[in-house]
Ligand binder design. Sequence first.
Ligand code: ADP
Length: 193
Amino acid sequence: MFNLILFGPPGSGKGTQSERLITKYGLKHLSTGDLLRSEIVAQTPLGIEAKKIMDKGQLVPDEVVIGMISSALDNNPNAKGFLFDGFPRTVAQAEALDKLLKLKDTQINAMISLLVSEEELIKRLLNRGLTSGRSDDTNEEVIRARIVEYRNKTSVVADYYKQFDKLAEIKGEGSIDEIFEALQNEIEKHMVV
Ligand code: ADP
């Protein structure tokens, strides 16, 4: 299996690049943001609770997203590998993911982090808000709160993978094609052929 984490702040381009990467490498895309938004659309109790938190720009509780990822792993027993997008977002989530993968005799091969300036992130997110229909993209205060959550709770997750020599950082500014190219170069370094 090849398991990759695409990492970076909100608006860094994880979703866009994930779509291309899953096609190229045949990975199963697991985005906790997308999974949560499906729960919201279906108006499940989990979705209703999560929406209140997401609309404030805060992180939903670890046990909620860990449970979702655990089910997704169980539901895809034949996957060639997974691309995690928007997960793990806390060290507790990273530790839980390691345990879940270990139970399946596999592990994270690499984390690639997309580096983008805060100014650019805010611009991209406000712009995305014009068409995404996402309530958390339309309000600058909520966008700033998401970036603060990232800084306080999520950015340390990169250090977690760095200690195992699994972290690579690439520039997340430039054209979509250029960034995709840089991602492929990084991935191929970590893939055993
Ligand atoms: P973005 O990265 O652009 O903010 P996402 O779709 O990844 O978009 O996440 C949207 C929101 O969903 C987050 O602001 C957070 O409230 C919630 N969320 C998504 N993934 C997680 C996670 N792993 N842990 C906690 N909350 C999460």
